[in-house]
Design a protein around this ligand. Structure first.
Ligand SMILES: Cc1ncc(COP(=O)(O)O)c(C=O)c1O
Length: 475
């Protein structure tokens, strides 16, 4: 028998994080040296800041393509009829959208702005899925003319579409957004037509009775950061049940099922203490839950499956580099060899002796909107030969709520030290606020190993350009 040792295979993705997992979860397992992050895709963090300034968003093309390919493989290997749409609101920087386009992704937009933005960079109208609760009439008109799939959200929108297609010769493909209870609470009932009380069926019937409309898609997006793959199986079953009813009553088999987005990234919500690997199921589990339901249908009745993922594809590809601009002292810092009981720790807090050391950094929650929900990993960009101590990361805004991590264990740091904040690729560079500061540059580390600016640091003209001073105030 061959007894030679076979090392375990660690996927590229896991391999990137694995050495830190134990350290991150167990204060006492850290050893004398705290973890740090020197480089991203081979480029030194300090070099990036020297070249492009601080703070700085950094994206990894390698990571984005890896995620897209893994997702494609997960679904296509189980169910060939899968189509992928990039959820543009998650990150609509042109360069990022172009990467997804080159991987074969179409675009899913939720506003006129997003529609125009992706059209301006070369997405065809027919490669756009148009969602969202507010689509101005002019945008609906353009989308119909350009062949986008409009996913109808409400009765008023349906009425407008009926008016706009009245003179058309050929029927226009549309989708119907449906909300349903897939076991995830709270149920997102703001968007679309209710399934359970028959509203969705009434809307579908109205579409099917209109000769100028063709019901192409039944769509449901059950929420975001959904940790239960089975919920998608439930949603798929419920939509298929509606599809079957419509076939029975109207002899129309809806060709496409769109299950929206919502797969989680490798991020943890505040309060989660287990390692991310235990909390977040792999993408393959979602693919299995969905495609097992679809594969129960006879092959000629299987619908096109469409997905509109955002968070799970881009979050880990994004980092924020930020510099410490001030260290806030503590009266009596916790010493690293001090063994505080929970009670002693609490007493200190009650006595108002803040035992955490505070670092003010040059970025704030204006750039990290998602810090309200997610506990980012924060690591220094240099090795520090000291164990970590409880610390707090303050942002640079003049607001008391501007705290990025209330409690994070970090080695003692100094003014000027650079921190990497990760993963921050989803929703932050779209939901960021221009409040009292310029938004920083964003760079992409390409597969060629080079860092290119994909959004320049804002200047005064960028912000004040649209402003006007009335004549009587100008003098
Ligand atoms: C309609 C729709 N599709 C797709 C998404 C993308 O979701 P996620 O980023 O969780 O994948 C969203 C986000 O909430 C959405 O509202």
């Amino acid at each position: 028998m061959d007894r030679s040792y076979v090392p375990p295979v660690i996927s590229g993705e896991l391999g990137r994080n694995a050495p830190r997992v134990a350290e991150d979860r167990n204060f006492y397992a850290r050893g004398p040296r705290a973890p740090s992050l020197f480089q991203i895709d081979g480029l030194p963090v300090t070099g990036l800041v020297e070249e492009f300034g601080s703070p700085l968003f950094v994206f990894s093309e390698y990571d984005i393509r890896q995620k897209a390919r893994r997702m494609r493989e997960a679904f296509k290997s189980r169910y060939g009829k899968t189509s992928f749409a990039w959820s543009v609101k998650t990150n609509y920087l042109n360069a990022i959208c172009k990467i997804f386009q080159s991987e074969g992704w179409i675009a899913e937009v939720v506003s006129q702005f997003e529609y125009e933005k992706v059209r301006s960079i070369g997405f065809a109208g027919s490669d756009i899925v148009f969602n969202g609760p507010y689509k101005p009439r002019a945008a609906l008109k353009t989308a119909i003319e350009e062949g986008a799939i409009i996913q109808i959200d409400n009765w008023d929108e349906l009425s407008q579409i009926e008016e706009l297609v009245a003179d058309r010769k050929k029927p226009v493909d549309v989708g119907l957004r449906v909300w349903l209870d897939a076991g995830i609470k709270p149920v997102w009932s703001k968007f679309g037509f209710a399934l359970e009380n028959g509203e969705a069926e009434r809307a579908a019937t109205r579409i099917l009775e209109n000769k100028k409309l063709h019901l192409h898609t039944l769509h449901s997006h059950i929420g975001t950061y959904i940790l239960a793959p089975d919920a998608y199986g439930v949603a798929a079953k419920k939509l298929l049940h509606l599809r079957e009813e419509l076939r029975h009553k109207h002899r129309h088999l809806v060709p496409c099922l769109n299950l929206g987005g919502g797969f989680p990234s490798q991020s943890l919500l505040h309060g989660f203490t287990a390692p991310v690997e235990q909390v977040v199921p792999p993408i393959e589990a979602y693919a299995t839950a969905i495609t097992n339901v679809l594969r129960e249908l006879p092959p000629d009745e299987q619908p096109l499956l469409r997905l509109e993922s955002g968070r799970c594809l881009i979050d880990e590809a994004g980092y924020l580099l930020s510099s410490i601009i001030a260290v806030k002292g503590v009266n009596r810092p916790i010493l690293t060899d001090e063994d505080l009981s929970a009670r002693a720790y609490k007493e200190r807090m009650i006595l108002n002796e803040d035992s955490r050391i505070g670092y003010v950094i040059d970025a704030g929650i204006n750039l990290l909107y998602t810090s309200a929900w997610y506990q980012f990993q924060i690591l220094p960009a240099r090795a520090i030969d000291a164990p970590p101590i409880p610390s707090r990361i303050y942002g640079s805004l003049c607001m008391a709520i501007d705290v990025i991590r209330d409690h994070v264990d970090l080695p003692p740091l100094e003014t000027g030290d650079i921190l990497t904040i990760h993963p921050v690729g989803a929703y932050n560079v779209t939901q960021w606020m221009q409040f009292i500061q310029y938004r920083p540059a964003v760079v992409l580390i390409g597969n060629n190993g080079k860092a290119d600016v994909i959004r320049a640091r804002e200047k005064l003209e960028d912000i004040c350009g649209p402003e006007c001073i009335p004549k009587h105030l100008a003098e």
